[in-house]
Design a protein around this ligand. Sequence first.
Ligand code: CA
Length: 674
Amino acid sequence: MQFPKIMTAALSVALLAGAAAPIYAERYDARFDSYPTYSGSDLELAVDNSGTHFKLWSPKATQARVNIYDNGRGGSPSETIPMSFQPATGVWIASVPGKQMYGKFYTFQIEHNGRWLNETPGVWPKAVGANGMRAAIIDLDSTDPAGWDADRGPEVKNFSDVILYEMHHRDMSMHPSSGIANKGKFLALTEPGTTSPQGLATGIDHLKELGITHVHILPSYDYNSVDETNLPANTYNWGYDPQNYNAPEGSYSTNPSDPATRIREMKQMIKALHDAGIGVVMDVVYNHTAENDGSNFELTAPGYYHRHWDDGRYSDASGCGNETASDRPQMQDFIVNSVKYWADEFHIDGFRFDLMAIHDTETMNRVARELKQIRPDIFVYGEGWTAGDSPLPAERRALKENVSAMEGIAVFSDDLRDAVKGHYSNAADRGFATGKPGQEETVKIGIVAATAHPQVDFSKGSNSKFPYASSPEMIVNYVSCHDDLTLTDKLRKSMPEASDSARMRAARLAQTIVFTSQGTPFMFAGEEIFRDKKGVHNSYCSPDSINAIDWNLKSANAEQYDYYRGLIALRKAHPAFRMTSAADIARHLVFDKIDSSRQPNLISYTLVNHAGGDEWKDIKVIFNGSASRQTVKVPSGNWKVVAIDGRISPTGDLGTIKGGKVTVPGTSALILAR
Ligand code: CA
């Protein structure tokens, strides 16, 4: 999330609540640090042969109880069970001996400062009913699809080998042209053989054909904004409004009222992707909650899980009304145990942390360390920024600039993003690939994955001023994502006089820079067929008519698609683009000296001496972001042409060039190999 996008419902509720009573001051407690903590995996619910056991962490509550229900919503409790307090751990416990209460639902309620708060499913429900208001007691084993025990994601040798494809469930499947039956559902990606009206692959077959290694799915835990009890009227939402962090979102299942179906269908999707050799990264949003006083955190342990300013107001580094407090032990534990749960139970292969810099580096280091104990190749990356000020001191934040202090974590490079296509916040602004001069050094920062390089002057960078990454495995390069304009829309707004065919040419150049750069490349779903969002900048709650990918474009823009496929194949075939250390990059990536005042928008470099163990001895990469052709000197010899004038051949079958003075057509990449 780049900046606030869910200010509407959540914030207005918070403001109303705040106006009614001085509730913040009432809940704020300066003694949080002295709270006892409890991090057992039996928190909130455990079922074993001896019965059903409830355990709620709420150290300041004066009373607590469990309400048992027959249904996920409506009706009154069939039973209300008082809980007893264990001061040493801060937990309230209750047990129903001899009974495994599968099929029942429950909520907790605590008494705080003399009044009973609203019911909550707690912070740890793994299964919930419609709209996530009540937790469900189910046998998790019953949600495993056939063959689940043997399921696992693709092995990742180096994170620079990963190719990320960011997608929203509805974007991928809602359009009538998708040919997919389970539109907008987890099950959409379990359907083989789906095609567009022109007979071209869509859905999971399209992903296989394109060649990406991992899908990065937008938030898929239970979020707040979509009414799961009225699916025909289902509205669209990105899902950056977390409600229950450990249960799948109901609107993506075929039956949100059935807690097991939500889980089973998400696992089916993951298994289908794994069977296709594709990993699954989950977008996680632990940095804030959809609601303030009404959040499960507040109703469970008031004041503890969110940060506040000294006057007791919620602080708001998320721009969404609040921010969570990873620097408090029980919250840190929550985040760590939650991602571990998804990795264990759902076989998730990676986590993308939204507004990661709201969390402290210590928490993020623990996240990476403990996940890698489950599987060393679980990929953790995030947005190394916040959307507002935070009481957490800058030096403790998991900022992009602090990434070298975070072992095994990567951050998005906004350097390359803004320099290549123009600034995200100014639609008309152009970048290196669309003819804006002066961006060369910042693009080079992206090419070397923000690692120290003798030929890159970081002081000339537009965003970061120093080599903040100590390894290319700390950088994710991209030119667009769900936030802001799609690349297509950005090019339409910044090149108003141009034709779409000229814009597609610019898109090819922009993505060629991303996919040949060191670090991990990332792309937004549908850009391979030049999808747009009709110029909508912040489409978080725009209808499907804006957000859904029109698969007719795959045939209309077939050449564009072929280029992207070729680009991905080139990267996968050549480790020179995927080096694993800063030292290797400094040694094997050599820039040509180009006078930018005389030849603006021109970058030329060579990957020398079998970089990364590549079969090709030298690879010459030249980007011409100006509209007119430019000449570059290439050492003499027999060079195979890999990319030229908007065409690409991963095997270098586009002819040969002798070297000497070589002409590079405007707005294109020239890639040569020998
Ligand atoms: Ca929901």
